[in-house]
Design a protein around this ligand. Structure first.
Ligand code: EPZ
Length: 416
């Protein structure tokens, strides 16, 4: 059983470079299914989830070559229309192969992804979007079967700016006949990065506010693309610096993508310096409490909710944090409370009553971001913390302990 063993109390200092964004890498890899030419992606993070999607694409018949810092994918030759059940169950984002497969092959069979630790996570907006593009959708033995001679452009208004549904429809519409308009679409930086790649592949995509206009092409070409930096990794590392009262510089990140977090850090009394792609945080002696509600971009990202809660658990007063995106993103709070945090919950609202200190404990990661929150709490706590179930954390953070050690953290990995 692998675990992190953390001795808390050391203020972090120094600089660390972030990787490319996981949530940009996954849809970008999948977009390669839209063409029989080679797609080359740079700054692809070495993550468990990336391995899963590359496995899924290989199982569909794609030729995948992974290099140290880039990946090349060619979905040429005969492609299967049926996605591998194991990988879709491993990782929900695999469900995004549905749109590209039906757009390219006229048929796709993809297992239903089901829920996960952070919520029910329905897929109704994905399926409604494909239906609007003229596809027939049926369910069979725990999978969705989607067929269409050729998808045709349509006007689609999303009832919620879902990241996944917007990406699914953008990819399908790129090979549809005619124009598609998506209203109330997601504008997360990762979605915009996908649109940039699709444009390089030959799709015409305009975005104004939350409205996308896609002029579909009969064929798309290969492309080369560098992924955006991972704002969730950058945010987590900045919070690691802040929670330990240290001074940390994150290099190679986009401060505009981090604006919601940077504003909160300043309100909590942290010092900030932004210099191009470098953001430096100087943690306060004790944070001031803040109130936050998670929301679609440009609101405060739900993925930084748990790491932020770890930071606010040491504030000089009570903060409120409302989770308005995923109804089940609270499992990590038990571990933080076991470490001495005072967190109470009413529905989707947390009250984080600040405490002076946390105590090291043995805790188990529940999901990617919940696990990161436990590591941050351990870095700030008195004594030793062990964090198990690292497979969750490693789905979203590459070489986390190495990066933290480079900042002076006393963390080691125990591979018993
Ligand atoms: C993406 O998930 C990210 N994953 C998530 O990051 C992130 O938390 C989320 O967007 C929100 O920012 C990837 O990009 C791979 P959504 P996604 O569709 O696409 C509801 C991480 O830790 N909804 O925007 O699944 C849904 O239930 C992960 O890296 C419907 O109701 O998120 C949720 O409440 C976790 N019907 C809300 O929308 C649908 O058809 C947001 O979901 C689709 C979604």
């Amino acid at each position: 059983m692998e675990s992190y063993r953390i001795e808390g109390g050391a203020p972090l200092s120094g600089a660390v470079r972030v990787d490319g964004a996981k949530n940009a890498a996954l849809p970008a890899c999948i977009a390669s299914l839209l063409t029989d030419e080679r797609v080359v992606l740079h700054r692809v993070p070495q993550l468990r989830d990336v391995s899963t999607i590359l496995y899924t694409l290989g199982a569909l018949g794609g030729r995948v070559v992974r290099h140290a810092d880039h990946v090349s994918i060619s979905a040429c030759g005969s492609l299967s229309e049926e996605a591998d059940a194991y990988s879709v169950r491993q990782m929900r984002a695999s469900f995004l192969v549905l749109g590209p497969l039906v757009a390219r092959l006229g048929q796709a069979v993809v297992p239903l992804p089901g829920g996960c630790a952070i919520g029910r996570r329905p897929i109704d907006l994905h399926l409604d979007g494909l239906k609007a593009l003229g596809a027939r959708v049926a369910e069979k033995e725990g999978a969705v079967v989607v067929t269409a001679e050729r998808l045709r452009g349509a006007r689609i208004e999303l009832s919620y700016p879902s990241v996944g549904a917007t990406e699914q429809i953008l990819m399908a519409a790129s090979l549809a006949k005619g124009e598609t308009v998506i209203e109330n679409g997601a504008v997360e930086p990762e979605v915009e990065d996908l649109a940039r790649l699709l444009r390089k592949m030959g799709a015409e995509i305009e975005v104004v506010d939350r409205t996308y206009r896609v002029a579909g092409a009969s064929r798309l070409r290969g492309a080369e693309h560098e992924l955006i930096p991972d704002r969730m990794e950058a945010g987590t590392l900045l919070l690691a610096g802040a929670v330990t009262g240290g001074s940390v510089t994150v290099a190679g990140c986009r401060s505009d993508h981090l604006a919601p977090l940077l504003g909160l850090l300043e309100s909590s009394g942290a010092g900030l310096t932004i210099d191009g792609e470098m953001v430096t945080v100087r943690g306060p002696v004790r944070p001031l409490p803040v109130d936050v509600v998670t929301a679609p971009h440009p609101g405060f990202p739900t993925d930084l909710h748990p790491p932020l809660a770890a930071y606010l658990s040491l504030a000089a007063g009570a903060s409120s944090l409302v989770e308005a995106v995923f109804e089940g993103r609270f499992a990590y709070t038990d571990a933080l409370c076991a470490m001495g945090a005072r967190i109470t919950r009413t529905g989707a609202a947390l009250t984080i009553g600040g405490v002076e200190s946390l105590n090291g404990r043995a805790v188990a990661a529940t999901d990617i971001r919940g696990g990161a929150a436990m590591v941050l709490a351990g870095l700030a706590a008195d004594g030793y913390t062990t964090v198990t179930q690292l497979e969750h954390i490693e789905r979203g953070y590459a070489r986390l302990e190495e990066k933290l050690v480079s900042l002076g953290a006393r963390i080691e990995r125990d591979d018993e």
